[in-house]
Design a binder for this molecule. Structure first.
Ligand code: SF4
Length: 439
């Protein structure tokens, strides 16, 4: 029996896909092992958004060859689609598979027999037009369920459409079936995952279903305690979705809404499909209906043309906005995007300073959000995340809780009341002795 190990870089979508591919291997009789357990085959699922994707890929291949010198090394994922020839040059790589090929790798690489030449099977991205469903089962608590892939938006800084192709989705029927399968396991929380999930519903190039209908259909699936919407574009987050989530027992009050910039000048030049007024309107709508809702935002600093004044517009906008945390990205040039051709490159030092300012702002926002929720009662889903005698979990509105380790609490939902923040930024809760701390 051949042993296979996996390594995943990047987003939730990559994790869900690695997990599904690993189940395909197991179904064919391969044994799935850890990276360091001397596998015969390594599958490395790469990301193009990660900085230094090439260096990371090389490093993982090198480690793999150290562990099993005669192993068969296969590279898949966004970086493999974008730069297959470059990857084929890396010493130790046996095969590179693109987006249209990766789900067929067992059949395409037939027995994983080493050959003189590196195999490169990566068709042009327009051939990646089928939808392969996927969900992760990495731990018992949470699963990432892929509902959509690809993107038709073409933002100026983004390589994802080049790496993952056009927007396409699974049918509602299939997704509900997968959710029912997941409900048969011990998993308590399902995170809906995709590249642009608000654009859910395109099948074979035609819009057939709507994301709001999917949300409503999943809400009926018995046996799953929580659904979380991972990230949704502000222009696709409709009142219908917000209103539904506000009354749902299963969809949790947490939205992650990419903003990218708080300056309309920069939003236009990025090719985003909304202005800051729309974003603000979405946040207000959510907060009016669900004052305890957690809202996260992605922001890119140092996009070409972002002057000090325009950055300040973003800073002030975010400072005023009732959101709970930020994911800050420092802009970096990516080949084959419109942004690399743009004038007004921001010096790296400035990009880093801006990034630091927003990270500090994010911490302030998070603390304020925690404070606002003191004295309230929430449900925590405890995970197998144990450190120094403490275990961790998240409330429905994404507050991270730490409590004294108790094996009986793993993968259990517990109602707690958050009582006070201690001097380390942690909050103690009533009954049992829970502590809630920032992350
Ligand atoms: S919406 Fe824009 S940033 Fe998001 S995946 Fe599509 S092109 Fe990239």
């Amino acid at each position: 029996m051949k042993k296979v190990a996996f390594y995943t870089l990047g987003c939730k979508l990559n994790y869900s896909e690695t997990s599904t591919i690993s189940r395909m291997f197991e179904a064919k009789g391969y044994e799935k092992v850890e990276f360091e357990q001397h596998p015969d085959i390594f599958i490395i699922n790469t990301c193009s958004v990660t900085d230094n994707a090439d260096k990371k890929c090389k490093k993982i291949v090198k480690e793999a060859k150290k562990i099993s010198p005669n192993s068969y090394v296969t590279i898949i994922g966004c970086y493999a689609q974008l730069k297959p020839r470059e990857i084929a040059e890396i010493e130790g790589v046996d095969a590179v598979l693109g987006a249209a090929e990766k789900f067929r790798l067992i059949e395409l690489l037939d027995g994983f027999t080493k050959e003189q030449e590196t195999k490169v099977l990566a068709s042009e991205i327009q051939h990646a037009n089928t939808f392969n469903n996927a969900y992760s089962i990495n731990d018992r608590t949470r699963t990432f369920l892929k509902v959509q892939d690809g993107c038709n938006y073409g933002c100026a800084f983004c390589t994802i459409p080049l790496a993952r192709g056009k927007s396409r989705s699974d049918s509602m029927e299939n997704i509900v079936r997968s959710a029912r399968e997941i409900a048969e396991t011990e998993v308590k929380e399902v995170v809906l995952t995709g590249v642009n999930i608000g654009d859910y519903g395109i099948q074979e190039g035609r819009r057939k279903e709507k994301f709001s209908d999917l949300v409503m259909a999943l809400d009926q699936v018995e046996g799953i305690d929580r659904f979380r919407i991972s990230s949704i574009e502000p222009n696709l987050l409709t009142n219908e979705i917000i209103e539904f989530v506000s009354t749902s027992k299963r969809f949790v009050p947490h939205f992650h809404i990419p903003l990218q910039s708080g300056s309309n000048t920069i939003l236009r030049s990025m090719g985003r499909r909304y202005l800051r007024e729309l974003y603000e309107d979405r946040v207000n709508k959510i907060k009016n209906l669900m004052p305890h809702c957690c809202i996260g935002a992605d922001v890119i600093v140092g996009f070409p043309g972002e002057t000090d004044e325009l950055f300040l517009e973003t800073y002030n906008f975010l400072n005023e906005l009732d959101i709970s945390y930020l994911h800050v990205f420092t802009y970096s040039e990516r080949a084959n995007t419109r942004a690399v051709e743009m004038e007004g490159a921001v010096p790296m030092k400035k990009r880093n300073e801006r990034s630091k300012m927003l990270r500090i702002l994010s911490e302030k926002k998070r603390r304020k959000f925690y404070q606002e929720n003191l004295g309230k009662t929430f449900t925590v889903l405890f995970e197998e995340d144990i450190e120094n005698g403490q275990m961790h979990g998240f409330t429905e509105n994404y507050i991270r809780v730490a409590a004294k380790y108790d094996p009986l609490l793993i993968n259990e939902l517990k109602t707690v009341s958050l009582s006070e923040i201690n001097e380390k930024g942690a909050v103690e809760v009533v009954e049992p002795e829970f502590v809630y701390e920032k992350h």
